[in-house]
Structure formats: C-alpha cells, structure tokens
Design a protein around this ligand. Structure first.
Ligand SMILES: *[C@@H]1O[C@H](CO)[C@@H](O)[C@H](O)[C@H]1NC(C)=O
Ligand SMILES: *[C@@H]1O[C@H](CO)[C@@H](O)[C@H](O)[C@H]1NC(C)=O
Ligand SMILES: *[C@@H]1O[C@H](CO)[C@@H](O)[C@H](O)[C@H]1NC(C)=O
Length: 470
C-alpha cells in the first residue's frame, strides 16, 4: 500500500515535472493557463477573442515601419470608437516594426528613434461567424510633432471626450511628467461616413502632494470628474481627486478622499519590489450602476513567473528546482528565498534575463493585467480584485517578450467589454470578454487578502483558436 502510494506520487510528480519542463522549452503558452481553480465561480475565465488592429492603423498617416502600440479607446457614439495610440519609428530601417516580426521592440533600439502619437476614429463590428472584431477607419489625425506617450480616453459628466496624458519632460535621469487633460474634438458625418478628430486645449492636473516626479497612470472614472491616484507599486489605498471640471481643474495639495484597505499595504510588505501594481485603463460604470470596473497593470520580476530565471542566490539544487517548477505561476518562492538585503538587489538581477539560448528576448520585467472593482458611492471602497493575467494569443513561450500594457476599457454591445492594449510596444490589440467572464476572474478583496501567497499570473485562454490567432 505504502509502496503503491509512493510509486503513484513518483508517476504523478514525473508527469507534472515533464509538463512544466515542456512549457519551459518554449512550446505552449508562456505562463500556466488560467483555470477554474483560480475563480470562485463556475464560469471559466476565458476571452472571447483578440483582434490585432495594427495593420489598419498603418493607413492612418503614420511613418512607414512605425510601431503603433498602447491604444486608448472610448466610444464616440453607436459603433464608432476613438483610439489614441503611441507611435515609435526607429532611426534605422532594420529596427523598424514589420508585420510578422516581433523582435522590433523600441527598447531593443534604446528608444533612440522618434516617439509620436496617432488618433483614429474606428467603426467596430463583430466579424461574421466569429467573435473577432472587424474594424474600419473613418478618420485619423497623426500627431507627428511631439511625444505625448500613453493616453487614456474617457468622457466627462457632460459626455465630452477627453484624453488624460502624463506628458514627459526631460530625459532620464532628469525626467518628470506633467499630468494633463486635453479635450478631444470629433465630428462624424453620417453621409460620408468620415470623422474629423483633433485635440483641443491642454489643462494641467496639478497635484503637489507627492515628491515623485514620475507619478502617472492615474485612473479617470468615465462619466465623472473624478480620478484615482495610482500609488507607485501598490496602486491603493484608493485615493481620489475631484477635479470639479476638466475645463478648469481644481489644483490639489491633498486627496479629496482616501479609503484605506490593508490589502495594498500587505501586498507591499509581502512582495516589496518584486511585484508592482499600477493604474491601467480608466474605470467604467458596471451594468448594476453600483460599481466601477477597471483593469490595472502589474509589473514583476521575471524570476517570479519564469523559474528558469531565478537569480543566483536562490537554491538551485534538486529541491529548489522542484519548488521552482511547481511555483512558476507565483512569486512567493522569491520572497521566501530572500531577505530584505537581497530583495533590494532583485531588480538588478532581472536585467540578466535570458530565455534558453536566446538573449535579450524578454524585457527585464514581466507585465500582466488584473481587474479590480470599487463601489460607485462614497467612500468608493475597493471590493474585488483578480489575479494577474495575460491574453493567450497562441504564441509560444519562446516568442513571449513580456510587455503587455492595458490602456482602454470599453463596452461592446450589451454584454461584452473590450480591453485595448499594447503588445511588446509593437502592436495594438483588442481583447473581447463578456461581463460573466470578467466576473469569473474577480475575487472579493477579503479573499485575496487571505491568499496573498497564492497571488499568480496566468494566461487567459480563448474561445477557440481562430478567435485569438494573432
Ligand atoms: C455579415 O453578414 C451580413 C449578411 O450577410 C452583412 O450584411 C454584414 O455586412 C456582414 N458583416 C460584416 C462585419 O462583415
Ligand atoms: C462613459 O460616460 C458617458 C457619460 O459621459 C456615458 O455616456 C458612457 O456610456 C460611459 N461609458 C461606459 C463604457 O460606461
Ligand atoms: C541576506 O542574504 C545575504 C546573501 O545570502 C547575506 O549575505 C546577508 O547577511 C543576509 N542578511 C540578513 C539580514 O540575514
């Protein structure tokens, strides 16, 4: 009996080890696939589709070979949406973005080329017999004179469209940002099916209460004059600005409201610099009208989720390897194998990332998304949060470079959401999910607080190969 159990354990252990080894050779998705164990729900966490709109944006007056990424998204009216994206043109042709090439990330060019932006009006429909989206460009405006970096599109209380920007000033290490909003002017003609887009006046969003000159990724609440501040590394506690109006935003020295939730303090204490949570998309009101939903971005040390990248000071013996193989979706093994001194060294180690024999394929950090929800009435407390996830685009681990950045959250039809995001700083993609699928990802904050050690990043599966084959 005992021998039988031991043998069984060996067989099962062997299977687990070989399947995770396989994932590490570059076959299969870069991270474990999200499954229903990660939810409190019976609906599996899955995406309906992922659509690449980059080829379409190339027609929007951007330079040949430009990378178009980190798209913000807001609905203008009906099936017409506005998209605001970053554009990067490498200085030499060999380093420019090209369809089918995923190794042209601007960071590999040292960001020495030209950074600009583009604004596009798109009509979005469901492609026949598929969950993927069909997009048509109705108008565009290439903003080729300056670098506005990542925009967040949203509407104010009166339904007027704005873009929130953290304008970069200076160059590293003397770099800072100026948080601001611009009114977006759009006019679409029904008869010609064309739209005209332009940016109107900029307004500074002044906050003097922080010493960090890089405070950005603030979270506009669509349909309001509120934003939440993104605390560097922890996102929360939920700290709210009421700008009163985006035409004459009220300068702030303090927040208008703060709701302290121990989750964020505990996350910070547990993971330190290994995991950073920050703002991603604007927040939008959910169908119940009782809560807002937003997608945040998560940045992590790649050793958290790529066990082959464990820094040198982690136990690399047989036992250490077993732990690493089994914990490749989690970060707690890094916390356990370090002390405060070594933990501060961890981000430096991250820059030595290698995947197998390929060098410099992965960005020094791992990026992922997470959902969170907060009440729509004062004190606007956060109630739910999800684990980290990244879209599964049927790409193998060897192709995965780690940069995924959510910028827009909108509705599509009555039931679905679209998350617009940048892929490897090279492409602009739209992820479609139903509200039930989003619900399946969300955990009550109390539950997450109890499960801090289990905080993980998984690959969100897709409803069918054809729907996410991008
Ligand atoms: C889907 O098919 C219908 C009927 O054949 C057609 O009218 C419609 O334009 C198609 N939609 C798209 C997005 O191709
Ligand atoms: C955003 O806010 C406007 C009100 O200004 C509203 O009409 C629109 O439906 C909101 N969008 C979403 C996705 O909730
Ligand atoms: C932390 O770990 C390092 C490397 O193993 C070691 O040199 C150092 O003494 C440790 N610090 C503490 C406070 O234990």
């Amino acid at each position: 009996m005992n021998i039988f159990i031991i043998l069984l354990a060996f067989v099962i252990g062997g299977l687990c080890v070989s399947s995770s080894r396989q994932a590490n050779t570059g076959e299969g998705p870069p991270h474990p696939v999200c499954d229903s164990h990660s939810t409190v729900n019976l609906i599996p966490p899955v995406a309906k589709s992922v659509t690449d709109v980059t080829p379409l944006l190339h027609g929007a007056g951007v330079p040949e070979g430009a990378c178009i990424f980190n798209p913000a998204l807001v609905r203008l009216s009906g099936d017409v949406y506005c998209l605001f994206a970053r554009v990067y043109t490498a200085s030499v042709p060999e380093k420019r973005c090209a369809p089918g090439h995923r190794d042209r990330a601007p960071f590999l060019d040292g960001w020495r080329g030209k950074s600009t932006n583009v604004m596009v009006a798109l009509r979005l429909n469901q492609r026949n017999n598929s969950h993927t989206l069909q997009a048509e460009v109705l108008g565009h405006s290439y903003l080729g004179d300056s670098n506005l970096e990542d925009g967040r599109l949203f509407k104010d209380t009166r339904g007027r469209t704005f873009v929130y920007l953290a304008l970069p000033v200076g160059v590293f290490p003397d770099r800072a940002v100026i948080n601001s909003v611009y009114r977006v002017y759009s006019r679409c003609s029904r008869t010609s099916k064309r739209c005209i887009l332009s940016l109107r006046f900029p307004r500074a969003l002044t906050y003097t209460g922080s010493h960090n000159v890089m405070d950005k990724n603030w979270v506009p609440w669509n349909g309001t004059q509120f934003m939440s501040f993104s605390h560097f590394g922890t996102l929360g506690p939920q700290s709210i600005f009421n700008w009163v109006s985006y035409e004459e935003p009220k300068p702030h020295a303090t927040f208008d409201m703060v709701t302290e939730d121990p989750l964020f303090r505990k996350l910070g204490q547990r993971y330190g610099s290994l995991l950073h949570l920050g703002g991603g998309t604007p927040a939008i009101l959910e169908a119940s009208r009782h809560s807002y939903l937003a997608v945040g971005h998560l940045k992590a040390h790649p050793g958290c989720f790529h066990p082959e990248m464990l820094p040198a000071w982690v136990d690399r013996g047989w036992f250490g390897q077993q732990v690493a193989e089994r914990t490749q979706s989690r970060c707690s093994h890094l916390v356990q194998s370090s002390n405060d001194t070594t933990r501060t060294e961890v981000l430096k180690e991250a820059f030595k990332y290698r995947h197998g024999d390929q060098e410099g394929i992965h960005y020094p950090l791992e990026y992922a998304f997470f959902f969170y929800r907060f009440n729509a009435s004062p004190p606007y407390s956060m109630t739910h949060i999800s684990h980290g996830f990244m879209p599964y685009t049927w790409r193998s681990a060897a192709d995965h470079q780690g940069i995924l950045f959510p910028v827009g959250l909108e509705r599509f039809g009555a039931e679905d959401y679209i998350i617009s995001y940048g892929d490897e700083d090279q492409r602009s993609l739209l992820l479609r999910m139903s509200s039930a699928q989003v619900e399946a990802m969300l955990l009550p904050i109390q539950e997450m607080k109890r499960r801090l050690d289990e905080f993980m990043v998984c690959t969100l599966p897709c409803e069918g190969l054809g729907n996410c084959d991008v």
